[in-house]
Design a protein around this ligand. Structure first.
Ligand SMILES: Cc1cc2nc3c(=O)[nH]c(=O)nc-3n(C[C@H](O)[C@H](O)[C@H](O)COP(=O)(O)OP(=O)(O)OC[C@H]3O[C@@H](n4cnc5c(N)ncnc54)[C@H](O)[C@@H]3O)c2cc1C
Length: 404
Protein backbone atom coordinates (compact mmCIF):
# COMPACT_ATOMS: atom_id res chain seq x y z
CA UNK A 1 0.00 0.00 0.00
CA UNK A 2 1.39 3.42 -0.95
CA UNK A 3 2.25 5.72 1.96
CA UNK A 4 2.08 9.49 1.59
CA UNK A 5 3.69 11.83 4.15
CA UNK A 6 1.98 15.20 4.46
CA UNK A 7 2.16 18.30 6.63
CA UNK A 8 -1.63 18.68 6.65
CA UNK A 9 -4.34 16.21 5.60
CA UNK A 10 -7.82 17.71 5.21
CA UNK A 11 -10.65 15.18 5.42
CA UNK A 12 -13.78 16.64 3.82
CA UNK A 13 -13.99 18.83 0.74
CA UNK A 14 -17.22 20.66 1.61
CA UNK A 15 -17.32 24.46 1.71
CA UNK A 16 -15.06 24.64 4.77
CA UNK A 17 -12.49 21.99 3.78
CA UNK A 18 -12.05 23.62 0.34
CA UNK A 19 -11.73 27.07 1.94
CA UNK A 20 -9.03 25.76 4.26
CA UNK A 21 -7.09 24.28 1.33
CA UNK A 22 -7.15 27.73 -0.33
CA UNK A 23 -6.06 29.50 2.86
CA UNK A 24 -3.14 27.07 3.42
CA UNK A 25 -1.88 27.35 -0.17
CA UNK A 26 0.55 30.26 0.31
CA UNK A 27 2.32 28.52 3.23
CA UNK A 28 4.35 26.10 1.11
CA UNK A 29 3.24 23.00 3.05
CA UNK A 30 2.49 19.57 1.59
CA UNK A 31 -1.29 19.33 1.85
CA UNK A 32 -3.73 16.57 0.89
CA UNK A 33 -7.52 16.87 0.61
CA UNK A 34 -9.75 13.81 0.51
CA UNK A 35 -13.49 14.08 -0.02
CA UNK A 36 -16.11 11.39 -0.26
CA UNK A 37 -18.79 13.66 -1.74
CA UNK A 38 -17.51 14.30 -5.25
CA UNK A 39 -17.92 17.61 -7.08
CA UNK A 40 -21.47 17.22 -8.39
CA UNK A 41 -23.48 17.41 -5.12
CA UNK A 42 -21.53 20.42 -3.80
CA UNK A 43 -21.92 22.32 -7.07
CA UNK A 44 -25.65 21.45 -7.26
CA UNK A 45 -26.63 22.58 -3.75
CA UNK A 46 -29.86 24.62 -4.19
CA UNK A 47 -29.69 26.52 -0.89
CA UNK A 48 -29.13 30.24 -0.70
CA UNK A 49 -26.34 31.15 1.70
CA UNK A 50 -26.01 34.52 3.41
CA UNK A 51 -22.32 35.37 3.61
CA UNK A 52 -21.23 37.89 6.23
CA UNK A 53 -19.04 40.85 5.23
CA UNK A 54 -16.06 39.18 6.97
CA UNK A 55 -16.55 36.06 4.82
CA UNK A 56 -16.80 38.13 1.64
CA UNK A 57 -13.51 39.86 2.52
CA UNK A 58 -11.81 36.49 2.90
CA UNK A 59 -13.37 34.79 -0.13
CA UNK A 60 -12.37 37.78 -2.22
CA UNK A 61 -8.74 37.57 -1.05
CA UNK A 62 -8.71 33.80 -1.65
CA UNK A 63 -9.76 34.42 -5.27
CA UNK A 64 -13.08 32.62 -4.84
CA UNK A 65 -15.55 35.51 -5.34
CA UNK A 66 -14.11 36.21 -8.79
CA UNK A 67 -15.07 32.67 -9.82
CA UNK A 68 -18.77 33.11 -8.98
CA UNK A 69 -21.04 33.45 -12.04
CA UNK A 70 -22.51 36.64 -10.52
CA UNK A 71 -21.53 38.85 -7.56
CA UNK A 72 -23.31 38.13 -4.24
CA UNK A 73 -26.67 39.92 -3.87
CA UNK A 74 -26.06 42.59 -1.22
CA UNK A 75 -27.91 42.64 2.12
CA UNK A 76 -28.20 46.32 3.00
CA UNK A 77 -31.08 46.01 5.48
CA UNK A 78 -32.00 43.39 8.09
CA UNK A 79 -35.56 43.30 9.37
CA UNK A 80 -36.38 41.05 12.36
CA UNK A 81 -39.91 40.67 13.73
CA UNK A 82 -41.97 38.29 15.82
CA UNK A 83 -45.49 37.31 14.79
CA UNK A 84 -47.94 38.83 17.28
CA UNK A 85 -45.35 40.95 19.16
CA UNK A 86 -45.24 44.72 18.79
CA UNK A 87 -41.46 45.03 18.65
CA UNK A 88 -39.31 44.73 15.56
CA UNK A 89 -35.70 45.41 14.72
CA UNK A 90 -34.52 47.23 11.60
CA UNK A 91 -30.82 47.60 10.85
CA UNK A 92 -29.42 49.59 7.90
CA UNK A 93 -25.84 48.98 6.76
CA UNK A 94 -25.45 52.70 5.97
CA UNK A 95 -25.99 53.48 9.66
CA UNK A 96 -22.72 51.64 10.35
CA UNK A 97 -20.90 53.32 7.46
CA UNK A 98 -21.07 50.23 5.26
CA UNK A 99 -22.41 49.37 1.83
CA UNK A 100 -23.82 46.03 3.00
CA UNK A 101 -23.85 43.59 5.92
CA UNK A 102 -22.95 40.80 3.52
CA UNK A 103 -24.33 39.10 0.44
CA UNK A 104 -26.33 36.09 -0.71
CA UNK A 105 -25.04 33.40 -3.05
CA UNK A 106 -26.35 30.12 -4.33
CA UNK A 107 -24.57 27.42 -2.31
CA UNK A 108 -23.98 25.43 -5.50
CA UNK A 109 -22.26 28.42 -7.14
CA UNK A 110 -20.03 28.91 -4.10
CA UNK A 111 -19.23 25.18 -4.04
CA UNK A 112 -18.30 25.21 -7.72
CA UNK A 113 -16.17 28.36 -7.28
CA UNK A 114 -14.32 26.79 -4.34
CA UNK A 115 -13.76 23.57 -6.28
CA UNK A 116 -12.30 25.55 -9.18
CA UNK A 117 -10.06 27.47 -6.78
CA UNK A 118 -8.89 24.19 -5.20
CA UNK A 119 -8.24 22.61 -8.61
CA UNK A 120 -6.01 25.58 -9.50
CA UNK A 121 -3.82 25.24 -6.38
CA UNK A 122 -0.34 24.04 -7.34
CA UNK A 123 0.92 21.00 -5.46
CA UNK A 124 -2.29 20.18 -3.58
CA UNK A 125 -3.02 16.44 -3.57
CA UNK A 126 -6.78 16.01 -4.08
CA UNK A 127 -8.35 12.57 -3.81
CA UNK A 128 -11.98 11.71 -4.36
CA UNK A 129 -12.65 8.89 -1.93
CA UNK A 130 -13.06 8.01 1.69
CA UNK A 131 -10.66 8.47 4.60
CA UNK A 132 -10.83 6.28 7.68
CA UNK A 133 -8.99 7.01 10.89
CA UNK A 134 -5.71 5.18 11.50
CA UNK A 135 -3.18 5.39 14.30
CA UNK A 136 -2.11 8.46 16.18
CA UNK A 137 1.58 8.74 17.05
CA UNK A 138 3.65 11.50 18.63
CA UNK A 139 4.86 12.86 15.27
CA UNK A 140 2.07 11.93 12.86
CA UNK A 141 -1.55 10.80 12.70
CA UNK A 142 -2.43 8.31 9.99
CA UNK A 143 -5.45 7.83 7.74
CA UNK A 144 -6.45 4.98 5.50
CA UNK A 145 -7.54 6.59 2.23
CA UNK A 146 -9.58 4.64 -0.27
CA UNK A 147 -9.76 6.54 -3.60
CA UNK A 148 -12.82 5.90 -5.76
CA UNK A 149 -10.65 4.90 -8.68
CA UNK A 150 -7.50 3.31 -7.32
CA UNK A 151 -5.78 1.27 -4.62
CA UNK A 152 -5.93 2.23 -0.95
CA UNK A 153 -3.22 4.53 0.45
CA UNK A 154 -1.91 5.34 3.91
CA UNK A 155 -1.60 9.05 4.66
CA UNK A 156 0.66 10.07 7.54
CA UNK A 157 0.14 13.72 8.42
CA UNK A 158 1.63 16.02 11.02
CA UNK A 159 -1.87 17.51 11.31
CA UNK A 160 -5.20 15.95 10.34
CA UNK A 161 -8.07 18.43 9.91
CA UNK A 162 -11.54 16.98 10.32
CA UNK A 163 -13.72 19.01 7.94
CA UNK A 164 -15.94 15.95 7.60
CA UNK A 165 -19.28 17.44 8.55
CA UNK A 166 -21.86 17.03 11.31
CA UNK A 167 -21.45 13.26 11.76
CA UNK A 168 -17.60 13.56 11.67
CA UNK A 169 -16.27 10.00 11.83
CA UNK A 170 -12.82 11.42 12.71
CA UNK A 171 -14.22 13.29 15.71
CA UNK A 172 -15.85 10.12 17.01
CA UNK A 173 -12.71 8.04 16.44
CA UNK A 174 -10.65 10.60 18.40
CA UNK A 175 -13.02 10.18 21.36
CA UNK A 176 -14.27 13.78 21.23
CA UNK A 177 -17.77 13.93 22.71
CA UNK A 178 -20.64 16.06 21.41
CA UNK A 179 -23.56 17.97 22.90
CA UNK A 180 -26.66 17.72 20.75
CA UNK A 181 -30.07 19.31 20.69
CA UNK A 182 -32.90 18.32 18.38
CA UNK A 183 -35.04 21.39 17.64
CA UNK A 184 -37.87 19.03 16.62
CA UNK A 185 -38.14 21.03 13.41
CA UNK A 186 -37.39 20.70 9.73
CA UNK A 187 -36.32 23.69 7.65
CA UNK A 188 -38.07 23.99 4.30
CA UNK A 189 -36.06 25.84 1.69
CA UNK A 190 -37.57 27.32 -1.46
CA UNK A 191 -37.26 30.40 -3.60
CA UNK A 192 -40.07 32.96 -3.89
CA UNK A 193 -41.16 36.02 -5.80
CA UNK A 194 -42.73 38.68 -3.58
CA UNK A 195 -44.96 41.61 -4.54
CA UNK A 196 -43.54 44.27 -2.23
CA UNK A 197 -40.17 43.26 -0.76
CA UNK A 198 -37.93 46.23 0.01
CA UNK A 199 -34.77 46.05 -2.11
CA UNK A 200 -31.66 44.34 -0.69
CA UNK A 201 -33.49 43.45 2.53
CA UNK A 202 -33.21 40.23 4.53
CA UNK A 203 -36.25 39.45 6.68
CA UNK A 204 -36.20 37.20 9.73
CA UNK A 205 -39.57 36.41 11.28
CA UNK A 206 -40.08 34.41 14.44
CA UNK A 207 -43.40 32.58 14.67
CA UNK A 208 -45.06 30.11 17.06
CA UNK A 209 -44.44 27.36 14.50
CA UNK A 210 -40.76 28.11 14.03
CA UNK A 211 -38.49 30.75 12.50
CA UNK A 212 -38.58 31.92 8.87
CA UNK A 213 -36.21 34.02 6.79
CA UNK A 214 -36.17 35.68 3.37
CA UNK A 215 -32.82 36.37 1.69
CA UNK A 216 -32.61 38.78 -1.25
CA UNK A 217 -31.43 37.25 -4.54
CA UNK A 218 -30.69 38.60 -7.98
CA UNK A 219 -33.64 38.96 -10.37
CA UNK A 220 -36.12 40.05 -7.68
CA UNK A 221 -36.33 36.58 -6.11
CA UNK A 222 -35.82 35.71 -2.43
CA UNK A 223 -34.48 32.55 -0.87
CA UNK A 224 -37.12 31.47 1.67
CA UNK A 225 -36.40 29.34 4.75
CA UNK A 226 -39.23 28.20 6.95
CA UNK A 227 -39.11 25.97 10.04
CA UNK A 228 -41.96 23.51 10.53
CA UNK A 229 -42.55 20.79 13.12
CA UNK A 230 -40.73 17.71 11.80
CA UNK A 231 -43.94 15.64 11.77
CA UNK A 232 -45.58 18.14 9.39
CA UNK A 233 -42.72 18.66 6.94
CA UNK A 234 -43.63 15.89 4.53
CA UNK A 235 -47.23 17.10 4.20
CA UNK A 236 -46.13 20.70 3.58
CA UNK A 237 -43.60 19.58 0.97
CA UNK A 238 -46.39 17.71 -0.83
CA UNK A 239 -48.74 20.74 -1.06
CA UNK A 240 -49.71 21.97 -4.53
CA UNK A 241 -48.35 25.39 -5.55
CA UNK A 242 -51.43 27.41 -4.51
CA UNK A 243 -51.58 25.79 -1.06
CA UNK A 244 -47.80 26.10 -0.60
CA UNK A 245 -48.00 29.81 -1.45
CA UNK A 246 -50.84 30.14 1.11
CA UNK A 247 -48.76 28.32 3.72
CA UNK A 248 -45.77 30.62 3.16
CA UNK A 249 -47.96 33.73 3.20
CA UNK A 250 -49.38 32.75 6.58
CA UNK A 251 -45.89 32.13 7.96
CA UNK A 252 -44.14 35.19 6.49
CA UNK A 253 -47.01 37.65 6.97
CA UNK A 254 -47.30 40.68 4.71
CA UNK A 255 -44.15 42.72 5.49
CA UNK A 256 -42.75 41.82 2.06
CA UNK A 257 -46.14 41.75 0.31
CA UNK A 258 -47.94 38.91 -1.44
CA UNK A 259 -46.08 35.69 -2.19
CA UNK A 260 -46.50 35.44 -5.98
CA UNK A 261 -44.78 32.15 -6.86
CA UNK A 262 -42.31 29.58 -5.55
CA UNK A 263 -39.59 27.53 -7.22
CA UNK A 264 -37.91 24.36 -5.88
CA UNK A 265 -38.37 22.78 -2.45
CA UNK A 266 -35.97 20.95 -0.13
CA UNK A 267 -36.07 19.95 3.53
CA UNK A 268 -33.32 19.97 6.20
CA UNK A 269 -33.64 18.50 9.72
CA UNK A 270 -32.67 21.00 12.45
CA UNK A 271 -30.16 19.74 15.00
CA UNK A 272 -27.44 21.48 16.94
CA UNK A 273 -24.28 19.39 17.36
CA UNK A 274 -21.38 20.91 19.27
CA UNK A 275 -18.05 19.18 19.83
CA UNK A 276 -16.88 19.30 23.46
CA UNK A 277 -13.28 19.87 22.34
CA UNK A 278 -11.80 21.23 19.11
CA UNK A 279 -8.51 19.34 19.23
CA UNK A 280 -6.95 16.00 20.09
CA UNK A 281 -3.42 14.73 19.40
CA UNK A 282 -2.55 16.03 15.88
CA UNK A 283 -6.23 16.48 15.04
CA UNK A 284 -8.37 19.61 14.80
CA UNK A 285 -12.07 20.01 13.98
CA UNK A 286 -13.37 22.77 11.70
CA UNK A 287 -16.76 23.73 10.26
CA UNK A 288 -19.77 21.52 10.88
CA UNK A 289 -17.54 18.85 12.45
CA UNK A 290 -16.75 21.38 15.19
CA UNK A 291 -20.25 22.83 15.49
CA UNK A 292 -23.46 22.50 13.51
CA UNK A 293 -25.79 25.41 14.21
CA UNK A 294 -29.43 26.25 13.64
CA UNK A 295 -29.32 27.76 10.13
CA UNK A 296 -31.73 30.62 10.84
CA UNK A 297 -29.02 33.07 11.84
CA UNK A 298 -27.04 32.16 8.66
CA UNK A 299 -23.88 31.60 10.70
CA UNK A 300 -22.74 28.01 10.04
CA UNK A 301 -20.49 28.42 7.02
CA UNK A 302 -19.45 31.91 8.11
CA UNK A 303 -18.22 30.51 11.44
CA UNK A 304 -16.65 27.43 9.81
CA UNK A 305 -14.79 29.65 7.36
CA UNK A 306 -13.37 31.63 10.30
CA UNK A 307 -12.30 28.32 11.90
CA UNK A 308 -10.37 27.55 8.71
CA UNK A 309 -8.89 31.05 8.32
CA UNK A 310 -7.78 31.22 11.95
CA UNK A 311 -6.15 27.79 11.72
CA UNK A 312 -4.28 28.63 8.51
CA UNK A 313 -3.13 31.93 10.01
CA UNK A 314 -1.84 30.28 13.16
CA UNK A 315 -0.01 27.60 11.18
CA UNK A 316 1.47 30.33 8.98
CA UNK A 317 2.63 32.29 12.02
CA UNK A 318 4.02 29.11 13.55
CA UNK A 319 2.58 30.38 16.85
CA UNK A 320 3.27 28.23 19.83
CA UNK A 321 5.85 26.03 18.15
CA UNK A 322 9.38 27.05 17.19
CA UNK A 323 9.86 24.14 14.80
CA UNK A 324 6.93 25.19 12.60
CA UNK A 325 5.11 21.91 13.23
CA UNK A 326 1.45 22.45 12.17
CA UNK A 327 0.21 19.70 14.50
CA UNK A 328 2.17 20.64 17.62
CA UNK A 329 0.17 20.41 20.84
CA UNK A 330 0.94 24.02 21.80
CA UNK A 331 -0.20 25.35 18.43
CA UNK A 332 -3.45 23.37 18.55
CA UNK A 333 -4.14 24.39 22.15
CA UNK A 334 -3.58 28.06 21.25
CA UNK A 335 -5.89 27.70 18.25
CA UNK A 336 -8.65 26.13 20.36
CA UNK A 337 -8.36 28.85 22.99
CA UNK A 338 -8.43 31.62 20.38
CA UNK A 339 -11.58 30.20 18.73
CA UNK A 340 -13.53 30.06 22.01
CA UNK A 341 -14.97 33.59 21.96
CA UNK A 342 -16.18 33.62 18.33
CA UNK A 343 -17.53 30.09 18.68
CA UNK A 344 -19.31 30.75 21.99
CA UNK A 345 -20.85 34.04 20.92
CA UNK A 346 -21.95 32.74 17.51
CA UNK A 347 -23.52 29.64 19.06
CA UNK A 348 -25.34 31.80 21.60
CA UNK A 349 -26.57 34.15 18.86
CA UNK A 350 -27.93 31.35 16.63
CA UNK A 351 -29.52 29.52 19.50
CA UNK A 352 -30.99 32.74 20.90
CA UNK A 353 -32.75 33.46 17.59
CA UNK A 354 -34.11 29.91 17.46
CA UNK A 355 -35.33 30.09 21.05
CA UNK A 356 -36.88 33.53 20.52
CA UNK A 357 -39.48 31.69 18.44
CA UNK A 358 -40.45 29.53 21.35
CA UNK A 359 -42.55 30.41 24.38
CA UNK A 360 -45.89 32.07 23.92
CA UNK A 361 -46.95 33.22 27.37
CA UNK A 362 -47.72 36.95 27.65
CA UNK A 363 -44.50 37.25 29.67
CA UNK A 364 -42.46 35.73 26.85
CA UNK A 365 -44.08 38.09 24.36
CA UNK A 366 -43.44 41.19 26.49
CA UNK A 367 -39.85 40.06 27.06
CA UNK A 368 -39.28 39.67 23.34
CA UNK A 369 -40.92 42.97 22.47
CA UNK A 370 -38.84 44.75 25.09
CA UNK A 371 -35.76 43.00 23.73
CA UNK A 372 -36.49 44.33 20.24
CA UNK A 373 -37.22 47.78 21.64
CA UNK A 374 -33.91 47.79 23.54
CA UNK A 375 -32.05 46.73 20.41
CA UNK A 376 -33.76 49.46 18.42
CA UNK A 377 -32.97 52.19 20.93
CA UNK A 378 -29.51 51.34 22.22
CA UNK A 379 -26.76 52.29 19.71
CA UNK A 380 -24.15 50.10 21.45
CA UNK A 381 -26.43 47.03 21.34
CA UNK A 382 -27.26 47.73 17.69
CA UNK A 383 -23.57 48.02 16.83
CA UNK A 384 -22.81 44.72 18.61
CA UNK A 385 -25.68 42.98 16.81
CA UNK A 386 -24.58 44.40 13.45
CA UNK A 387 -20.91 43.48 13.99
CA UNK A 388 -22.01 39.92 14.76
CA UNK A 389 -24.18 39.77 11.64
CA UNK A 390 -21.12 40.85 9.63
CA UNK A 391 -18.97 38.10 11.17
CA UNK A 392 -16.78 40.32 13.34
CA UNK A 393 -16.80 38.48 16.68
CA UNK A 394 -13.74 37.87 18.82
CA UNK A 395 -10.30 37.93 17.17
CA UNK A 396 -10.97 38.42 13.44
CA UNK A 397 -8.67 36.41 11.12
CA UNK A 398 -6.50 38.74 9.00
CA UNK A 399 -7.99 37.56 5.70
CA UNK A 400 -11.48 38.41 6.97
CA UNK A 401 -10.69 41.95 8.09
CA UNK A 402 -11.88 45.01 6.19
CA UNK A 403 -9.37 46.37 3.68
CA UNK A 404 -7.27 49.10 5.34
C1 LIG B 1 -30.87 24.90 5.09
C2 LIG B 1 -29.55 25.47 5.50
C3 LIG B 1 -29.24 26.79 5.24
C4 LIG B 1 -28.01 27.31 5.63
N1 LIG B 1 -27.75 28.64 5.38
C5 LIG B 1 -26.56 29.16 5.76
C6 LIG B 1 -26.27 30.53 5.51
O1 LIG B 1 -27.10 31.28 4.98
N2 LIG B 1 -25.04 31.02 5.89
C7 LIG B 1 -24.11 30.21 6.49
O2 LIG B 1 -23.02 30.69 6.82
N3 LIG B 1 -24.37 28.91 6.73
C8 LIG B 1 -25.56 28.36 6.38
N4 LIG B 1 -25.81 27.04 6.60
C9 LIG B 1 -24.75 26.20 7.21
C10 LIG B 1 -23.73 25.72 6.16
O3 LIG B 1 -24.40 25.13 5.06
C11 LIG B 1 -22.77 24.72 6.78
O4 LIG B 1 -22.27 25.24 7.99
C12 LIG B 1 -21.59 24.41 5.87
O5 LIG B 1 -22.03 24.01 4.60
C13 LIG B 1 -20.73 23.31 6.51
O6 LIG B 1 -19.68 22.97 5.64
P1 LIG B 1 -18.61 21.88 6.05
O7 LIG B 1 -17.62 21.88 4.93
O8 LIG B 1 -18.12 22.09 7.44
O9 LIG B 1 -19.40 20.50 6.12
P2 LIG B 1 -20.09 19.63 4.98
O10 LIG B 1 -20.71 20.49 3.96
O11 LIG B 1 -20.96 18.63 5.67
O12 LIG B 1 -18.91 18.85 4.27
C14 LIG B 1 -18.32 17.70 4.81
C15 LIG B 1 -17.64 16.94 3.70
O13 LIG B 1 -16.89 15.88 4.29
C16 LIG B 1 -17.00 14.74 3.46
N5 LIG B 1 -16.72 13.57 4.29
C17 LIG B 1 -17.38 13.14 5.40
N6 LIG B 1 -16.79 12.02 5.88
C18 LIG B 1 -15.73 11.76 5.06
C19 LIG B 1 -14.75 10.74 5.05
N7 LIG B 1 -14.70 9.78 5.96
N8 LIG B 1 -13.82 10.76 4.07
C20 LIG B 1 -13.84 11.74 3.12
N9 LIG B 1 -14.75 12.74 3.10
C21 LIG B 1 -15.69 12.73 4.05
C22 LIG B 1 -18.44 14.80 2.94
O14 LIG B 1 -18.55 14.07 1.74
C23 LIG B 1 -18.61 16.30 2.71
O15 LIG B 1 -18.24 16.67 1.39
C24 LIG B 1 -27.04 26.50 6.26
C25 LIG B 1 -27.34 25.16 6.52
C26 LIG B 1 -28.58 24.64 6.16
C27 LIG B 1 -28.87 23.20 6.47
Amino acid sequence: METRDLDVAIVGGGLVGCSLACALAPLGLTVGLVDAGGPAPLAQDPRKLALAAASLNALDRLGVLARLPAPPSPIRRIHVSRQGDFGRLLLEAAEFGREAFGGVVLAGDLGAALQQAVAALPGLCVVRGRADPGESGPARRSLRVQPEDGPAETWRARLVVAADGTASPLRAAAGIGIDTHDYGQTLLVTSVRLAAAAPDTAYERLTDHGPCALLPMAGGRHGALCGVASGEAEAVLALDEASFVGFLQARFGWRAGRVLATAGRSAWPLRRVVAQRLVAGRLVLVGNAAQTLHPLGAQGFNLGLRDALALAERIGDGSGDRGGDPGADALLAAHAAARAEDRGRTLAFSDGLARASAGDTPLHRIGRSLGFAALNLDPALRATFAAGAMGFRGPVPRLARDPA
